[in-house]
Structure formats: C-alpha cells, structure tokens
Design a binder for this molecule. Structure first.
Ligand code: PSU
Ligand code: MN
Length: 303
C-alpha cells in the first residue's frame, strides 16, 4: 500500500534517523518555481544534520514515503496537484489521483510507515470567525490520535491562535515550546500566547517522546513549537496590517474550504513584497533542522 524510497527503506532497516516532510507546503504553500528549490534544500538540510528525509505525497494513487527527484519535481511543478487531507486519502488511492499531503495526511501516513518525527511550517487550526463559520483544520483532530512529534513554528498566524491552543488542550495534544515560554507565531517569533512547557535541547525533546511511550497513554502527538529567530521574523506591524487586508479580501471574494489557507498565504506573500515568504522559509528551515536533530537524539536513545 505504501511506497518507500530507497533511502527510507535502508534507514528503516538500519534504524537510522528519519524526518517526515510535508508536501502541501511545497505545492500549495509556496510560490513556483522557488518551491522546488526549497523542497530540495529542505531535504539537503535533513541529510546535513545526519538524518534521512521522507517527503510524503500521493502519486498516481500510491502514498509515497520519500520521493525521488521526479516525484519532488511533480509535487513542485504540477499545477494540478490536489491538496489531500487524511480524509481524502481513500478517494485519492481508489481513483489513482495525485496530490500533496497536508499535516493531517502526512502525519497519518508517516505514523503508518513507522516514522516518529515530522517537520512542517505551521499547523492548521481554528480559523478566525469560527463562531460564525465552523472552519477548523483536520490537522488538530488527527494529531490528537497519532503518536508523532511535529516540529512546527506554531500554528499559522492567519488563524485564531488562542482558540487553536484551547482546542489542542481539549483534544489532549502535548504542546512544548522549544527554547521559549511563548507559543510561536509562525511568521512571528511569538504569538503573545504562553506555552506551559519548554525544552531546550533535542535530547530533552526525545526524553518527552520516550516518556510518552513509557506512559503508554492515549496516542497523541507532541507539538514541538519552534519559533522563527527574531531577526528573521516578519515585521509585526506589516504582518498585522497585511493580514487584516488578506482576511478582508478572502471574505469579499467568498473564498471557503481548502482554498482559504493557500489564499491567505498567497495574499501575504504578494502584499509584503515577498517578506512573508522569507519569514515562512526561515521558520521551515529551522523546523527541519531541529526535527533532524530530534530524530538523531531519538535514535541514539535506542528507541
Ligand atoms: N504550513 C505552511 N504552509 C502550508 C501549510 C502549513 O507553512 O501551506 C498547509 C499544511 O499542509 C496544513 C494546511 O496542514 O496548510 C492546513 O490547511 P487547512 O487549514 O485547509 O486544513
Ligand atoms: Mn479548513
């Protein structure tokens, strides 16, 4: 059912560290053609840190754990790539469709494949205006039932961050700040919301994962929330202004469903003169590097 890349097969056999990487951020979250260079760069960063990258996507109905050159090219270049949440997987497989996987679908497939560490940009969550329109990313519920460690820069700041943190609490998802007591704000280093727990080294993160296994409680993710460095964040005043415009534009144009997140991210890139893209990339790079370090620490524990 799953197709593994050669590198991932070897890594699984030898117990080498592996980092799962999400593909929707490549296909729908970043502009072409830069997205392809980024996909390659992220894989290289994982390797540099001593782990094996496994970018996850569905190609011609086959869930792939690790992509070859051609697969990465398709994800980045093919405008027809669908955006697949975990609920879309059965249909994509049955119909032979191709698509990039969101956090929910990637985490699901990674866990099925036996991977434990996953890096992305920012999680989906509860959208602003949720009191009127029920838009909550499937990422949250899936993470509540999946034992995987997700390294991210918090949740996308286009969301209602306090409401999302509240949902994560209700759902029983462990949230830990990496070197911070403030929940990160995706494009911004901080969201203004506190985070209850902090770890400061990859090994401490791996200890949390080991304790999770020892306790053997309900299967749930650990969110390792890793802020973008302050000198690389988007200017907060610019962020707030352009985001308000983006939200208004989405409302005016009647954007709904899966299209909302790519629309808002695209609007921000365009109207910040690309500055939001640089902050997004800085966040993702940092997450991928940290995820690789955590994966290395995790395998060194002999888990
Ligand atoms: N993080 C990014 N860019 C993205 C996303 C996350 O830096 O494009 C994607 C992820 O795939 C996430 C999805 O799972 O947005 C959430 O979309 P929705 O709100 O439709 O569930
Ligand atoms: Mn949604």
């Amino acid at each position: 059912m799953l197709k593994f890349s050669d590198d991932v097969i070897i890594a699984l056999e030898t117990g080498a560290p592996i980092v799962a990487l999400e593909s929707t951020i490549i296909s729908h979250g970043l502009p072409r053609p830069r997205n392809h260079a980024v996909a390659l760069e992220l894989e290289a960063a994982v390797r540099e840190a001593g782990a094996v990258p496994a970018t996850i996507a569905v190609l011609d109905g086959v869930p792939c754990i690790g992509l070859d050159r051609k697969g990465l090219e398709r994800i980045a270049g093919d405008e027809g790539m669908r955006k697949l949440g975990h609920r879309d997987l059965p249909v994509a497989v049955a119909t032979g469709a191709s698509g990039a996987t969101t956090v929910s679908a990637t985490a699901y497939l990674a866990a099925r494949a036996g991977l434990r560490v996953f890096a992305t940009g920012g999680l989906g969550g509860v959208h602003r205006g949720w009191t009127d329109e029920q838009d909550e990313s499937a990422d949250l519920r899936l993470l509540a039932g999946t034992r995987i460690t997700v390294v991210c820069a918090g949740v996308k700041s286009i969301l209602d961050v306090p409401a999302t943190l509240q949902r994560l609490e209700t759902l029983g998802v462990t949230v830990v700040g990496y070197g911070t007591t403030e929940f990160p704000g995706f494009y911004l280093s901080g969201s203004g919301q506190p985070v209850d727990w902090t770890v400061r080294t990859p090994d401490e993160a791996a200890c949390v994962m080991a304790a999770q296994d020892d306790l053997d409680g309900p299967p749930s993710a650990v969110i390792l929330a890793n802020p973008v460095p302050e000198h690389e964040q988007l200017d907060p005043a610019l962020h707030d202004r352009v985001l308000a415009e983006a939200l208004a534009a989405a409302e005016r144009e009647g954007v709904t469903g899966q299209a909302v997140t790519p629309f808002l991210l695209g609007h921000l890139v365009e109207h910040t003169g690309g500055a939001s893209l640089e902050a997004n990339l800085a966040a993702v790079r940092g997450n991928v590097r940290l995820a690789a370090q955590v994966a290395v620490a995790w395998t060194e524990r002999g888990a």
